[in-house]
Design a protein around this ligand. Sequence first.
Ligand SMILES: Nc1ncnc2c1ncn2[C@@H]1O[C@H](COP(=O)(O)OP(=O)(O)OP(=O)(O)O)[C@@H](O)[C@H]1O
Length: 134
Amino acid sequence: MAKSAPQPRRFPALLRQRAASFGHAFRGVAAALRTEVHLQLHAVATVAVLGLGWYFGLERWEWALVALAVGLVWSLELVNTAIEAVVNLVSPEYHPLAGRAKDVAAGAVLAGAIAALVVGLLLFGPRVWALVAE
Ligand SMILES: Nc1ncnc2c1ncn2[C@@H]1O[C@H](COP(=O)(O)OP(=O)(O)OP(=O)(O)O)[C@@H](O)[C@H]1O
């Protein structure tokens, strides 16, 4: 008997699947936020930067830079957390490669954080300086 051709999935099913994927992603962020002190510090820094941006009335392009900088640091910290979890899973004992993987992942976060710091200094430095010098 001839097999019937696979049916295209219906729109509601696709939508449900996408919603589930978003759910997994949010669950990942929430789990990382609960366990990672660095991410909690990023959350505090993010709120502070948003407050400063509102206080100084940043221009649209400046908000775009802030969004990119904040997104970069959060993304790298989340990837670092994922790499740490996988390394702990596959190499709970000491191994030079496990150590290197963690060090390099931490280095990626450091590089992103330095870039974000430069953006923050360029955007807020002169404004804060003007306030202090008044
Ligand atoms: N299995 C391992 N084998 C070899 N070295 C390791 C191993 N696990 C950790 N290390 C070394 O210890 C360092 C700290 O690892 P750890 O897992 O404590 O992460 P962390 O830097 O404390 O991260 P966080 O504070 O974000 O959880 C690593 O960067 C690495 O140099």
